[in-house]
Design a binder for this molecule. Structure first.
Ligand SMILES: Cc1ncc(COP(=O)(O)O)c(C=O)c1O
Length: 445
């Protein structure tokens, strides 16, 4: 007789290799949540944990919203799955129309993917294919930016600019270059909103054009506000200048709005906030308020139309995912967009921005705080690293905030980042800042 396989214990944390996590440390002292409602998560023993991050910048409508729950349940009953290759289902068309209507200008066609990483890779591929079908197939270079984050696909990490996400993974895509990032602490520290200094960082694109020639460059991709690197708001005038330089040289401009979309900066998209129309916008996260995975790319009319010239029985773009436009995601998206509209959550974020910024800035002067940045309902606090090296103090913040204060935040090395659901009240902002203040003091020594 062979020995029976051991029965996995439900308490055994070993099997799950957690993404972007210090696995051993987590498994020694887990930060576990079992349910969520409104602004709070709850641990398995029912202790509240304030959601300072809208999950991972995604649950913009807050948690356990009844209309979204009902939409997902009804959709699972009516149509659990349908392919989007050569077939369709009504809700994905409705979702595309609603998302396109939220986007500015003639950004009016939506290609769906399953995540932000897939959205970024899709946008890069659409850019390459666009130049191919318009007879400029030599335009193949992709330009990202230092400190940028565009997910973890090979396209995304190639144009991305966070070295830990790149250095372990070989030589990546060829023909990629990077703009300088836009952060200069000496000139920008403790700016509320967009810093006054730094529009000229956009001119770095001229350097890259001079080096490679515009005839070889397909697209530039940037986050309007760099998020994952620790929240870097764009300097005043920077995005406008980038648009002008792209126009001058015939280069497509892609805004990665996976974080900035759906109200985070007080508008449906950052493109609207800044009055800049990119050629493509990538989105994910808030599109379903984080409830069901969904991502996508919104493209301008001329891009979609460039593909529509061949015989009409032929597939126009050889790209797509099994879960492009999944029925549950489409249903969740329609329900989330209804909540955003009915509760005016984008406008609410805009109205709260000033008070939120003041509250966050009140942490200036706390121990080790070397910079604070705010934009929309996003805050970031740079702490000086410990003598042992970067990341140690930041990790202590995650642990202490969760276990001692009942607070979920994000860190990038020693930068604390937070981006609460857009339903947060003013007294909850004060509560959040109080929890952060105590945590920052607790990790001072
Ligand atoms: C700007 C940006 N792009 C892409 C992504 C990747 O999204 P996902 O994790 O859904 O693949 C993220 C995730 O945080 C992001 O912030």
């Amino acid at each position: 007789m062979t020995a029976a396989a051991p029965i996995a214990s439900p308490n055994d944390l070993e099997a799950f290799w957690m993404p972007f996590t210090a696995n051993r440390s987590f498994k020694r002292n887990p930060r576990m949540v079992a349910r969520a409602e409104g602004m709070f998560y709850y641990t398995p023993d029912n202790k509240p944990v304030m959601d300072g991050t809208a999950g991972l910048w995604c649950c913009n409508a807050g948690h356990a919203r009844e209309p979204i729950i009902q939409a997902i349940q009804a959709q699972a009953r009516d149509l659990d799955y349908a392919p989007s290759f050569q077939y369709g289902h009504p809700k994905v068309f409705a979702a595309a129309a609603r998302i396109a209507a939220l986007a500015p200008g003639d950004l009016d066609h939506v290609f769906f993917a399953g995540s932000g990483s897939e959205a970024a890779d899709s946008a890069l591929k659409i850019a390459l294919a666009y130049w191919n079908v318009t007879g400029k197939a030599a335009k193949t270079r992709l330009i990202g930016r230092e400190r940028g984050y565009h997910g973890v696909g090979f396209g995304g990490i190639s144009v991305g600019g966070m070295s830990n996400n790149r250095k372990f993974f070989g030589s990546l895509l060829s023909g990629v270059d990077h703009l300088a990032h836009t952060y200069d602490r000496e000139k920008q520290a403790f700016s509320k909103g967009e810093p006054d200094y730094g529009a000229h960082f956009a001119d770095d694109l001229e350097r890259i054009v001079a080096l490679h020639d515009a005839s070889t460059i397909a697209a530039v991709i940037v986050e309007p506000m760099a998020g994952s690197t620790g929240a870097l708001p764009p300097p005043k005038g920077y995005l406008q200048r980038l648009r002008e330089i792209c126009d001058k040289h015939g280069i497509l401009l892609i805004f990665d709005e996976v974080i900035t979309g759906f109200g985070r900066l007080g508008f449906a998209f950052a493109a609207e906030r800044y009055g800049v129309i990119p050629d493509m916008i990538t989105f994910a996260k808030g599109v379903t308020s984080g409830t069901v995975p969904m991502g996508g790319v919104i493209v301008r009319k001329h891009i979609y139309e460039a593909f529509m010239g061949g015989p009409d029985n032929v597939i126009e773009l050889f790209h797509g995912y099994t879960y492009s436009g999944h029925p549950l995601a489409a249903a969740a998206s329609l329900a989330a967009l209804d909540i955003y509209r009915e509760e005016g959550l984008f406008e609410r974020a805009r109205a709260m921005e000033g008070a939120f910024a003041d509250a966050v800035m009140s942490l200036k002067g706390e121990p080790n705080v070397v910079d604070i940045r705010t934009l929309g309902l996003v805050g970031a606090i740079d702490l000086a690293p410990r003598a042992e090296g970067p990341g140690k103090r930041g990790y202590e913040v995650i642990e202490r905030a969760f276990h001692e204060e009942g607070l979920m935040i994000r860190t990038a090395a020693d930068t604390i980042a937070f981006s609460p659901p857009l339903i947060i009240t003013e007294s909850q902002v004060d509560e959040l800042i109080g929890k952060l203040r105590r945590t920052i003091r607790a990790v001072a020594n």
